[in-house]
Write a protein that binds this ligand. Structure first.
Ligand code: SF4
Ligand code: SF4
Length: 427
């Protein structure tokens, strides 16, 4: 008997039920940032500007995979034989599935409670396994990360090249700062800001330096969770190094690293982690609560962009807002889409930014426009990938604060730690 064209191997029982739970109500279509830019004509997946949108919505993806499963496992398949799905149809589905930032807002608004990002992860894993994923433009992650230990082809020995001379790193300490590849190599000012704030409060810390290895969030997000053992191997080596340094708490600047550490590291390690993981915005900014020695007033209208990984996925919404509101001279405003209903910046970690950068750029412009619409002069975020994407406006941001964001809107994009450090006169 013919085998089903797609398998259900990477779907658990709950996920199988989720395909049936979709009522095709269309709520997710109102929120999906990818669908928004395709529908507006700003981005055309097939490059012909036709505004073709079929197949790119969250609802289409759920429905299309359900049909694939019916062809392989439905009643007709059981009575007769699984119906073969043409390879071209599966490949086209795969291309559409990877045109997604995995932002998760479709799951937040779904009345049926479908965990869409969990589904996308599992489907991508299945597609990688049968040779249909990821996008060709994302394949380099699978070669570069194992070879270099980071996705930027950077020298591991330069991991701490951003470290200022006035900062001392302890060999071992209760607190470790897991800086992350993007901050170390692309937005070093964010790291300088964090360590200067730690120094201001006399908190000794350690880092892994050249021993730090990529969290592999991008590999996981493109579906290489189990087909490659790199993520597991790197996680174990990072964990062992942190244990050797006697760490009790690990601070993360990048929400992607933070989420992988909380959600994946215990599974890779095979046990509960012997240290606590927190995002820098939860730890460092608590320190600011009693701070009264502000050097610089902000005197601007400021809004905050929730990174998908930090907000929707990890539930950290208030600490960054609290920190911003404490700074002198801040007029804080919310964008219309905020917290769990936030609009993604378009980066999708780095996976969509590297995979389909034009699509990312158009989503970023929409997010910047959200800030313009509420009169913000400063658009603050607490993720290096969001920062680069919003600052560039076209997916090619150079991370230099104060640059035009690419759509001429004139909003300055700022990292939260950097904004706090500036206000304290530390940078
Ligand atoms: S919101 Fe949920 S139930 Fe409604 S169409 Fe989208 S996935 Fe299906
Ligand atoms: S995860 Fe985000 S980008 Fe992907 S389908 Fe859902 S709403 Fe659209």
């Amino acid at each position: 008997m013919q085998k089903p064209s797609v398998t259900t191997d990477h779907l658990d029982a709950m996920q199988l039920m989720e395909f049936d739970a979709c009522t095709r109500c269309g709520e997710c279509l109102k929120w999906c940032p990818v669908y928004d830019v395709i529908k507006s004509g700003a981005f055309s997946p097939n490059g012909n500007g036709s505004g073709l949108v079929k197949g790119y919505t969250p609802r289409d993806k759920v429905g299309d995979w359900k049909q694939f499963m019916n062809a392989g496992y439905g009643l007709r398949a059981k009575l007769f034989s699984p119906k073969k799905i043409p390879e071209s149809v599966i490949q086209e589905f795969s291309e559409r599935l990877y045109h997604c930032a995995a932002c998760g807002v479709c799951g937040s608004v779904c009345p049926a409670g479908i965990n869409t990002t969990g589904l996308w992860d599992s489907l991508r894993t299945s597609l990688v396994e049968r040779g249909n994923g990821p996008l060709q433009s994302q394949e380099f992650f699978t070669e570069v990360i194992p070879e270099y230990g980071n996705p930027y082809r950077a020298d591991q020995q330069n991991r701490l090249q951003w470290l200022p001379d006035d900062i001392e790193v302890s060999e071992s300490a209760d607190i470790a700062y897991f800086v992350g590849c993007t901050v170390e190599y692309k937005t070093p000012l964010h790291a300088v800001s964090v360590v200067r704030i730690l120094k201001r409060f006399d908190i000794p810390f350690t880092t892994l330096g050249e021993d730090e290895l990529c969290c592999c969030a991008d590999l996981i997000s493109i579906g290489h969770r189990d087909t490659e053992n790199i993520a597991r191997d790197f996680a174990r080596r990072n964990i062992e190094q942190l244990i050797e340094r006697g760490v009790k708490k690990v601070l993360f600047s990048c929400p992607g690293c933070y989420q992988v550490a909380v959600d994946e590291w215990p599974r890779y390690y095979g046990d509960k982690l012997p240290f606590e993981c927190v995002h820098a915005s939860q730890f460092v900014f608590e320190l600011l609560d009693k701070e009264r020695r502000w050097t610089n007033r902000i005197d601007k209208t400021v809004t905050y962009h929730d990174p998908c990984h930090l907000g929707r996925q990890m539930g950290v919404y208030e600490p960054p807002r609290d920190a911003i509101k404490r700074l002198p001279g801040v007029n804080f405003v919310e964008m219309e889409r905020n917290r769990e209903f936030q609009r993604c910046c378009g980066a999708g970690g780095n996976a969509l930014r590297e995979g389909v950068s034009d699509l990312t750029g158009e989503i970023a412009k929409m997010r910047v426009q959200d800030a313009v619409d509420v009169g913000a002069e400063l658009l603050v975020t607490s993720c290096p990938c969001c920062f680069l994407t919003l600052d560039g406006g076209n997916g090619n941001g150079n991370g230099s604060n104060g640059n035009d964001n690419g759509n001429g809107a004139g909003v300055v994009v700022e990292d939260l730690a950097t904004l706090c450090a500036r206000s304290l006169g530390l940078i």
